[in-house]
Write a protein that binds this ligand. Structure first.
Ligand code: SF4
Length: 67
């Protein structure tokens, strides 16, 4: 399973939140964070588009490490 993360680089532009509320929401500081961190295969293409669209490259999808 892959995990979605939003780094401290987020500037709160709102793009990811407005495009995919299933995965992103604003925190109390008006910055985005990943809501549903398990990336579903069917959503991956759309998520990758958002990853590329983030103006500061704050969103990453990474393979979850086996424990
Ligand atoms: S698109 Fe990037 S900068 Fe904009 S709110 Fe989402 S993570 Fe933050």
């Amino acid at each position: 399973m892959e995990k979605l993360k939003v780094s401290d680089a987020c500037i709160g532009c709102g793009l990811c939140v407005s495009q995919m509320e299933k995965y992103f929401e604003f925190n109390d500081e008006g910055l985005s964070h990943a809501k549903d961190v398990n990336v579903e295969e069917e959503d991956k293409k759309e998520l990758l588009n958002i990853v590329e669209s983030c103006p500061v490259g704050a969103i990453v999808i990474e393979e979850e490490k086996e424990a």
